[in-house]
Design a protein around this ligand. Structure first.
Ligand code: FAD
Length: 235
């Protein structure tokens, strides 16, 4: 399966190409030099000089030898608008990741749904995975069935609210294709771990697209680290 290339480098990317699902760079803390300084402080060798070739080599060494803590001083915050099923995978990353999410108890959930442009079929080799569908899969019928299910669910949601049911109970009828939104803050170590697992051929296609968007937004902030990581990390 071919993943679309991430084109420019704006502050917001739309991984699912539907003008709803997005990843925005909200803020970042630190740079490649901070990683070098965190590593060198152990022998009093930190400095405020620009990054040198020796510093770049050190970053490669730290990654190769799994000296992870110097990468934990740098933070990147994203605003992520993604389907609930993507978010359920992201939220499994517990270490070095902070999250705050919209509350379906506070607000009425908007009618925002992810409708796949192409439906895939179940992979034979990996029982979790999917592959591009052959011609036997009726894409139009799949889209219609999917949309009908969504419409019925969202109609039921609004009807329950009209009947006076509380938002925290009414949301129970909403499907996993519903868009949710969160702020996610990663440190560089946890982000690289996330990317290794979620931009991988074994990961779900949609989650992979989100991981790629996060990668594209973070890479210019830590160019030496991401280049060294990419050189060592093939998948
Ligand atoms: C392709 C794919 C398929 C998956 N399928 C499933 C599935 O079917 N079912 C399912 O439940 N999950 C599934 N997962 C989720 C997976 O099991 C992990 O929960 C998720 O990827 C987060 O990884 P992590 O624990 O390494 O990350 P983090 O939670 O961020 O942890 C980072 C690292 O910290 C250490 N660590 C964290 N917590 C502990 C701990 N309690 N004890 C010891 N060390 C710890 C580990 O070294 C860990 O790698 C899947 C993940 C992927 C990528």
């Amino acid at each position: 399966m071919t993943l679309p290339a991430t084109d420019a480098r704006p502050a917001t990317l739309y991984p699912l190409h539907d003008d709803i699902g997005s990843v925005s760079l909200v803020q970042s803390v630190g740079d490649d030099k901070m990683i070098v300084n965190a590593a060198r402080v152990s022998f009093g060798g930190d400095s405020d000089t620009p990054l040198t070739a020796r510093d770049e080599k050190l970053i490669g060494y730290l990654l190769r030898e799994h000296h992870g803590s110097p990468f934990e001083h740098n933070l990147i915050t994203f605003k992520v608008v993604c389907p609930v099923f993507v978010d359920r995978q992201m939220v499994r990353h517990r270490v070095g990741v902070s999250k705050n999410e919209i509350s379906g108890r506070y607000v009425e959930m908007q009618e925002r749904v992810y409708v796949p442009a192409q439906f895939r079929q179940q992979a034979k080799s990996n029982r979790q995975a999917s592959v591009e569908a052959g011609e036997h899969l009726d894409q139009a019928a799949a889209t219609e069935t999917y949309r009908e299910a969504w419409n019925a669910a969202y109609t039921a949601y609004t009807r329950l609210l009209e009947l006076g049911v509380t938002r925290e109970q009414a949301r129970g009828v909403l499907p996993q294709a519903l868009y949710t939104e969160s702020y996610y803050t990663f440190n560089v170590r946890s982000l690289l771990h996330f990317l290794a697992l979620r931009d991988h051929e074994g990961a779900q296609y949609e989650t992979r697209l989100y991981a790629r968007a996060m990668h594209a937004l973070a890479e210019p902030l830590f160019p030496v680290t991401f280049a060294a990581w990419a050189a060592q990390h093939t998948h």
